[in-house]
Design a binder for this molecule. Structure first.
Ligand SMILES: [Zn+2]
Length: 195
């Protein structure tokens, strides 16, 4: 905890004054251009890998960068998506997977999750990702297929479906490699044209 307190003190002493103008504007404006959905993994830091400043990314981080498909019952992920896309009007939506993902490794290698029932239940949202992955144990392939499957889930949320139909937003799938810092965009299917 000591490190965090020192970090806060350093932020107030060095970082905040250097960006005082930015923070003054952000105090009354919230206009992110991108919804970034990444893994909760501590090694995947959205602003760092995209070079974005505070205020630019609306971030949702979940274990395995999973996005449950839309259901009538609301949840935190759905509410955050709806707010970012429907209310804030982000124009780009990124789902970012990453190398050495613990969630994807557990699935690909069929780890015993009986001691982690919440994790086991949550990872069911990657069932389609597993179904799309030909070789069992192939973590990099599952990471890629999972990004594509979560983009499909994302499109089931009404706010996203509407933004895609009206061509107000674009979906992007990325994989971040922790060891090299490389970001690889995945080919994504073009959204269906508006009826
Ligand atoms: Zn992960």
């Amino acid at each position: 905890m000591q490190d965090l307190a020192e970090g806060v003190a350093r932020f107030q002493r060095d970082v905040f004054p250097a960006k005082a103008e930015l923070f003054a504007r952000l105090a009354t404006h919230h206009t992110p251009h991108t919804l970034f959905i990444g893994c909760s993994d501590a090694r995947v830091v959205p602003e760092l890998i995209t070079g974005c400043e505070p205020g630019e990314l609306f971030v949702i981080r979940t274990a395995g960068n999973l996005v449950p498909p839309h259901t009538p019952g609301a949840d935190g992920v759905a509410a955050s998506i709806e707010y970012a896309v429907g209310a804030l009007g982000v124009t780009d939506i990124v789902v970012c997977g990453h190398s050495a993902c613990g969630a994807m490794t557990a699935l690909a290698e069929e780890h015993d999750l009986s001691d982690a029932p919440a994790v086991a239940t949550w990872l069911r949202h990657a069932d389609a990702s597993r179904a799309r992955t030909a070789a069992p144990g192939d973590v990099p392939s599952l990471v890629r297929q999972n990004v594509l499957a979560q983009l499909a889930n994302l499109a089931t949320h009404p706010s996203v479906a509407r933004a895609l139909a009206e061509r107000r937003a674009t979906l992007h799938g990325w994989v971040y490699d922790i060891g090299t810092g490389r970001v690889t965009p995945l080919p994504t299917e073009a959204p269906a044209p508006a009826a």
